[in-house]
Design a protein. Structure first.
Lengths: 324, 324
């Protein structure tokens, strides 16, 4: 964690207070942090890079951006059934950003670290002539051998999902003024789903505690593409019933008047819900926490969508092309 | 670790083969990696961000860049006395980079992972309209409570350093054609020291095994600035004898004819040598591995340089300003 010009002061002023409570961070004064998983636990590690105006909107509030950077990584921990421990943050701030921007970013980051019980263990701060970027690495703990994985789905399993899908992609469209006539409360709901994802840590803990064979991942890139990853890892196929996909009132109000918006529900990313496959009994045991949306087949690599009229089509990553 | 357009294929083709040997990586198919430190050990974690044409030269060979990205992080592990375990790599490739560039990068990265016994556990690959950037997070293991830290120096300690200082900064100057008359072998030596740092992992292991009170860090930002960090962390002062600073034949041939080049030795970064403070006996026990260059004082926060003529000056981060 090399310090460049001005970095040391920046860290001390804005980030060290966030880190002070955890001895692992060594007060951010060292080259590295030191930590241990609790006895009988393994370390789960995940990393996500986010670039301004590619993965987040640079015009958004810095504190919201900070929270998104943290939360997308916590969602990856949730996908593995891990309880968050700490994070290290690499930040490349565009050279024209103000100190106030960084201060607001640090403030939001600190608030979210506190509310999710996560410690900032260190990082690296650099200045870039290009777009601002962040790379967060998050660490969580899971009882040894109990991490949720993508490669555990079997033909005959059912496929379920937490929460509702499509909200974030529709929220991004709202922010781009694509639905000017949408009810203000519904619009605000969708925007919030895009700007401030809620990692499914509680639901993840329930899955991990169930101690049954469950395959899991988070829906970050869109249902279609993420289903394909479960297929690849588990060597299976998936079939999804479009009618069964849980929608928020806001999303429903949009797809009811514009059928083409289903593409956003099926292929839009950033929802950060959990996609879970398991035996019908094991999924039923999860109760109201999830909605069953389909099943696992032995048609390796094929993700099929059963439409409202009962017709089946192969689901492309971009959404659905056309029914057969 | 969300996959963006094309990322999944890129990872599969170039990076998955590097990761295949370690089960922690879950074949890079999951959201995260899972690992455990050996019994009785803690995890040391460090992260470094590098931006093209800020921290590395984009015109250099991609395989050399890859090795530098890895090695600067391994040097941070060395600074903590940790044995490398695995790494996760966030990469933001400029959208105009060729697939061959990425392939060469992955090749160099894989070679170095192998030679340092490090596993690639995962990462995130994105495309950016700005300069290419990398953020590597490295994990090492250290016996519990034995990590080397910056805050362990005490007045009366001696200050020592591995290898030679100034080579990397002078090597960068060579690459910028600042010493056209320099002997070709010496020039090549200096360039290599800049392009391909050698993390002091063996020396670090000796320090950690000594199990004595040693303060340590790696010289990544230049001797002057890095000394100041030991002062801040340990609440001490430092005094350095310029005459005692170990120089390579190449560096000596430069400063002997141009006194002003001492500034590069004192303030230039990228040497990745270890800076170690400890009792005279404990440092002596390290033998030929280190050279004593000064001592630790109770003048908190002051880094002094004793010049060739015995005069003392305060050493600024930028090198030395002027003697009193």
């Amino acid at each position: 964690m090399a310090a460049r010009s001005g970095e040391f002061e920046l860290i001390a002023r804005h980030f060290a207070p966030i880190a002070q409570s955890d001895p692992a961070a060594l007060s951010l004064k060292d080259d590295a942090a030191v930590f241990s998983p609790p006895a009988g636990h393994e370390v789960v590690v995940t990393t996500d890079a986010l670039v301004a105006d590619v993965h987040f909107r640079s015009i958004d509030d810095p504190d919201l951006i900070a929270k998104k950077v943290l939360r997308v990584n916590l969602s990856d921990l949730a996908a593995m059934g891990a309880k968050p421990g700490g994070v290290v943050l690499s930040a490349g701030y565009n050279r024209d950003l103000s100190d106030e921007w960084v201060e607001q970013f640090a403030k939001g980051f600190g608030q979210d670290c506190k509310s999710f019980g996560v410690s900032l263990w260190g990082g690296d701060t650099v200045v870039t002539p290009g777009p601002t970027f962040f790379s967060l690495t998050a660490f969580g703990y899971v009882p040894a051998g109990r991490a949720l994985r993508r490669d555990m789905a079997k033909p005959g399993d059912v496929l379920a999902v937490t929460g509702t899908l499509g909200d974030a992609a529709l929220g991004q469209a709202v922010l781009n003024d694509e639905f000017p006539d949408l009810d203000k409360d519904l619009a605000a709901y969708l925007q919030d789903r895009y700007l401030l994802p809620k990692p499914r840590l509680d639901e993840s803990a329930v899955c991990a505690a169930a101690n049954t064979r469950l395959a899991a991942m988070d829906v970050s890139d869109g249902l279609a593409g993420d289903c394909r990853k479960i297929c690849a890892a588990s060597n299976v196929g998936l079939v999804i019933n479009r009618d069964a996909i849980p929608l928020s009132d806001a999303a429903k109000s949009i797809v009811d008047v514009d059928e083409s918006q289903w593409e956003r529900v099926l292929a839009g990313g950033d929802d950060y819900e959990l996609l879970i496959a398991g035996s019908p009994d094991d999924i039923a045991a999860l109760g109201d926490m999830v909605t069953v949306i389909g099943g696992v087949t032995d048609e390796v690599g094929t993700v099929s969508l059963v439409g409202v009229d009962g017709k089946t089509a192969e689901l492309a990553d971009s959404g659905f092309d056309h029914f057969k």
